[in-house]
Ligand binder design. Structure first.
Ligand SMILES: Nc1ncnc2c1ncn2[C@@H]1O[C@H](COP(=O)(O)OP(=O)(O)OP(=O)(O)O)[C@@H](O)[C@H]1O
Ligand SMILES: [Mg+2]
Length: 315
């Protein structure tokens, strides 16, 4: 399978206030695989929108190359296969949801009312197609935006802050829709500050800071805490304390034992040992670090080393 997005040393230079030059996107090597949900993260001013604009062909890179779905950015054929939901889409307030879809559909040469109605159903706005946008809540506006971005049946969607400013229920609805897009084989490239959403739905992420990628990789790998916690009942405290597990922390009391150990130990052997003692396993939990902590560590000066865990996952 090819890459949905590939950039090679992509760079955008602007003049700085002091008359010098500043690379707001600096030697960016980004890989997004087809069919994945990719989170593009970074603090304000990191270079996310500038990167997206270069990928969409809105602005030209100063240096480097970028490919979408195997074709060079700028190839007009690729525009038929991608779509973009901006952070704050603007719609004519007096138009209804259905009219909006018919209007934008006509720009793609689509005059299919049934298709627009199907898209309304897809984003759970079937009962609201005749309401005007001025009567739509923020969450409904975001969903009509998603319906609009599906008009050309894109293979690759760019979603800028798709859950920004929404209530918790609307977050869930938008997340579920994005997961459905992935199930249909679409690639979603999401720029977001909503780290809890990113943590829930993204397969891989890149964190950029000052135009450079600081971390890139599978979320599962980046958030791996390196430790495992096993809880069991029905074993003797003395037996639990006699376990020989290097670097493990064992607490045992009244027949309940909690073993906190490095995740490279043979956990099956520990589970077998507990069962041999007629103990029962309550839980086995791999420890994960929170994306928020990883993000802060990465964009603070302490974590400003360049670390890329898998630039070319299929290579
Ligand atoms: N046309 C321009 N001329 C000069 N500098 C620019 C221009 N456009 C963007 N910049 C600068 O480039 C840097 C990156 O901006 P960009 O909009 O890409 O950040 P961002 O990561 O999208 O931030 P946010 O999270 O706030 O949306 C900023 O320092 C911004 O001031
Ligand atoms: Mg931006």
């Amino acid at each position: 399978m090819g890459y949905a997005i590939e950039t090679r040393n992509l760079t955008k230079t602007y003049k700085s206030k002091k008359g010098g030059k500043v690379n707001v996107v600096d030697d960016l090597n980004l890989i997004v695989e087809e069919g994945e949900i990719f989170g593009f993260l970074g603090p304000n001013g990191a270079g996310k929108t500038t990167t997206i604009k270069m990928l969409l062909g809105i602005i030209y890179p100063t240096d480097g190359e970028a490919y979408l779905l195997g074709k060079e950015v700028g190839d007009m054929k690729v525009h038929q296969e991608i779509s973009y939901l901006p952070e704050k889409p603007y719609y004519y307030e007096h138009m209804t949801g259905l009219e909006i879809l018919m209007f934008y559909g006509s720009l793609f040469g689509i005059k299919d009312k049934a298709k627009c109605e199907e898209l309304l159903r897809k984003v759970n706005l079937q009962g609201a197609g005749t309401k005007t946008i001025s009567q739509y809540s923020k969450g409904m506006q975001q969903r009509i935006g998603l319906a609009q971005s599906l008009l050309n049946d894109p293979k690759l969607l760019f979603l800028d802050e798709p859950t920004g400013g929404l209530d918790p229920i609307a977050h869930i609805e938008i997340r579920d829709l994005i997961l459905r897009f992935r199930d249909e084989g679409k690639t979603c490239f999401i720029s977001s500050h909503e780290l809890s959403d990113v943590e829930r739905i993204c397969d891989r992420v890149a964190i950029i800071h000052h135009g450079k990628i600081r971390k890139q990789g599978r979320l599962d790998d980046l958030l791996r805490g390196g430790r495992l916690e096993i809880t069991a009942n029905g074993v003797s405290d003395a037996w639990a304390h006699s376990l020989q597990l290097p670097e493990a922390l064992i607490s045992a009391r009244d027949g309940r034992v909690i073993i906190d150990m490095p995740d490279n130990h043979d956990s099956n052997a520990v589970l077998d040992a507990i069962r041999n003692q007629k103990g029962s396993i309550v839980s086995l939990i791999p420890r994960r670090i929170r994306l928020e902590d990883l993000f802060i560590e990465t964009v603070s000066d302490r974590g400003s080393r360049q670390e890329i865990s898998d630039v070319a996952p299929n290579a």
